[in-house]
Design a protein around this ligand. Structure first.
Ligand SMILES: [Zn+2]
Length: 84
């Protein structure tokens, strides 16, 4: 290793938002994280939705309007076809 170019490595305790903590090695002194291997869906196998700003709800309401608009012209077309 070259001298004076590497950052100092600490053994730190990383804290997760779920309450889990674990020891790791890092160049920074404190680690706070929102996801860790104890609570991330990939490791737990449980689906976890964090719907910030109601984005899913807003998308569904938007899509509902789109479907309604899409359905109306079709029924009108069918009626026109019957008349012919
Ligand atoms: Zn966690």
């Amino acid at each position: 290793m070259k001298k004076d170019i590497h950052p100092e490595a600490f053994v730190v305790t990383a804290l997760c938002a779920c309450g889990n903590s674990f020891q790791t090695s890092s160049a920074v002194e404190t680690i706070k994280t929102t996801l860790c291997s104890a609570c991330h869906p990939f490791f737990t196998g449980k689906h976890k939705f964090v719907d910030t700003a109601r984005r899913i709800e807003r998308f569904q309401s938007k899509y509902k309007k789109f479907e309604e608009q899409k359905a109306k012209p079709k029924s009108e077309k069918k009626e026109q076809q019957k008349k012919k």
